[in-house]
Design a protein around this ligand. Structure first.
Ligand SMILES: Nc1ncnc2c1ncn2[C@@H]1O[C@H](COP(=O)(O)OP(=O)(O)OP(=O)(O)O)[C@@H](O)[C@H]1O
Ligand SMILES: [Mg+2]
Length: 345
């Protein structure tokens, strides 16, 4: 069963479409990440689902109920905003429990939920403070707490970890994911961080300029990106994408897996940095920079003005200016149509 379904949903600001014919389904109990660069329409999509914005076109259903024109309170969702929007005059505990009070949840139940949420979020010592007495990361956790105690079947989160330091972010990621699984919540989770999306989500909806670029599980997004944009957005460092003709001229073997009936001139070839090895002969690149990371080394080289980055295990002894030769398994390459950027099988 789809807990949330969008069909052809659009939202315009003036003449520009912030969200343009967006369709996707979130299965019940899944965590779906809405991923994409700043301004691509993630928050607007989430706010449309919550009912904080009204769609110009399309339909939204939540738990098989058409909610497109219902007010937020009738949609049965909780939401964590990108800006935390806490009540300044209420304590942390009161902020977290505010929604429960409004909905007349019994006192004992309210306190049990508060206790659970405070433990998960590490807020036990801060329950009596006012938001102004908290750091940004602590405020963000209070905002998370409000959504957690609601225990609604559908929870919408807009970049809920953006203000936390790296360590806390990692911990909270796991906590949120564990909680979501344990309670069987359907979660729509907005982030511009591909690592967060890849590590947390069952399904990733990658957006670009208001449009869904690809909708797939993390492994498929990585292994079979639908477009050059998707290929380069997921994975660090990004996939190398070069005109196939350029690669073919220097390393004809690369064409072994080229899609049949296509001219090299019309294609781009994609190869992930981690799929490339150094060899005594192969695709030649002039080393520009080396980055030693401990477990492996990133080598950035240049070929005719195009950049090519590879990741090789351990420490590599090469210097800027050296020519290195690189090889890869042709079965690990990705092919795209140069003109459209679309994947070619
Ligand atoms: N109230 C508004 N009035 C006019 N334009 C808006 C409004 N809200 C959003 N936009 C525009 O709609 C587009 C999508 O905005 P949105 O907030 O959904 O992006 P986002 O993907 O959440 O970005 P970010 O990662 O920066 O939060 C942007 O171009 C933005 O400037
Ligand atoms: Mg946003």
């Amino acid at each position: 069963m789809a807990a949330v379904e969008l069909t052809g949903v659009s939202k315009h600001w003036g003449r520009t479409a912030a969200v343009d014919q967006v369709s996707f389904k979130a299965q019940a109990g899944h965590l779906v990440a809405l991923l994409g660069p700043s301004g691509c329409g993630k928050s607007t999509t989430l706010r449309l689902i919550a009912g904080l914005e009204t769609a110009d076109a399309g339909t939204i259903t939540i738990a098989d109920r058409r909610v497109t024109h219902l007010p937020p309170s009738a949609r049965g969702v909780s939401m964590v905003f990108q800006s935390y929007a806490l009540f300044p005059h209420l304590s942390v505990a009161e902020n977290i429990m505010f929604g429960l009070k409004v909905r007349h949840v019994a006192r004992k139940e309210r306190e049990a939920r508060l206790k659970r949420a405070a433990e998960i979020l590490g807020l036990q010592q801060l329950l009596d403070r006012k938001p102004s007495q908290l750091s940004g990361g602590q405020q963000q956790r209070v905002a998370l707490g409000r959504a957690i105690v609601a225990e609604t079947p559908v929870c919408l989160m807009d970049e809920p970890l953006s203000n936390l330091d790296a360590q806390l972010r990692l911990e909270m990621r796991r906590e949120i994911r564990a909680l979501q699984r344990r309670l069987g919540i359907t979660m729509l989770y907005v982030t511009h961080d591909q690592v967060e999306a890849m590590t947390m989500a069952d399904q990733v909806v990658l957006m670009r300029n208001g449009v869904v670029e690809q909708d797939a599980p993390p492994a498929e997004l990585y292994e079979r990106p639908a477009t050059i944009f998707a290929a380069r957005f997921v994975g660090t460092p990004p996939m190398n994408v070069l005109p196939a003709a350029l690669v073919a001229a220097a390393y004809p073997k690369a064409m072994a897996s080229a899609p049949p009936g296509r001219k090299a001139a019309d294609l781009a070839i994609g190869i992930r940095p981690e799929d490339v090895r150094l060899a005594s002969e192969g695709f030649p690149g002039a080393v520009v920079a080396l980055e030693y990371l401990g477990a492996d080394t990133l080598i950035e080289s240049r070929i005719d003005g195009d950049t090519f980055v590879i990741r090789v295990p351990g420490k590599v002894s090469a210097n800027p200016g050296d020519i290195v030769h690189m090889v890869w398994d042709p079965n690990r390459t990705h092919w795209f149509e140069l003109s459209s950027g679309n994947r070619v099988e």
